[in-house]
Design a binder for this molecule. Sequence first.
Ligand code: SAM
Length: 230
Amino acid sequence: MRIDIVSIFPSYFDGLTLSLLGKAQSSGILDLHVHDLRDWTFDRHRTVDDTPYGGGAGMVMKPEPWGLALDELSTSTPESRPTIIFPSPAGEVFSQATARDLATREHLLFGCGRYEGIDERVFDYAASLGEVRLISLGDYVLNGGEVAVMAMVEAIGRLIPGVVGNPESLVEESHEDGLLEYPSYTKPAVWREREVPPVLRSGDHGRVAAWRHEQQLERTRRRRPDLLAD
Ligand code: SAM
């Protein structure tokens, strides 16, 4: 998979060179490129924002640099049109199902907004180059799209075949089957007077599986009853 990220703060994404996603890049599973939006500006101050038409507080990101960035990057995989993702608090809410869907794409292009956001015409123009998705991390407002894109790239990236060493571990995780994951324990069996549930040390795989499923239901009922309603 190829991923392009456009931001005015490219160094936010330095962390993507670490851990599993870093390894995925070294091994060629993930082809990740981070770009500075200001590279598509031509004035002395490398301006990317201007005042809003109609007045009001804050600045709006200008369409011209975004248009040039999208033109150039949307053709980086000539054989397929990109899925163009703009993080936005006004978008569809990101979920494990969204991550699963996006993990099947060949080319993802992320555009990180700042200030009051990006000139609305950019979204319409982007739709002529690929599928456009406006995606929210949740019902709160961040200063910019970078943190949202980091979260999305991590959630999507670990679902690309070969990124997580043992694919079994993906199957059992929270949200994969609509439930939260069961509790996990490791050695020692007793730690600060707290004992690992004896069933996990019984060696009886059937009882372990039944106990874990029961824990998933109980946890989900207690912490996220909305998931059970769904
Ligand atoms: N004025 C915008 C609004 O009320 O919808 C908020 C702009 S916000 C300060 C700047 C940028 O942060 C947005 O363009 C978007 O890229 C990003 N952002 C903020 N909150 C977000 C969220 N919950 N999910 C995804 N991106 C978010």
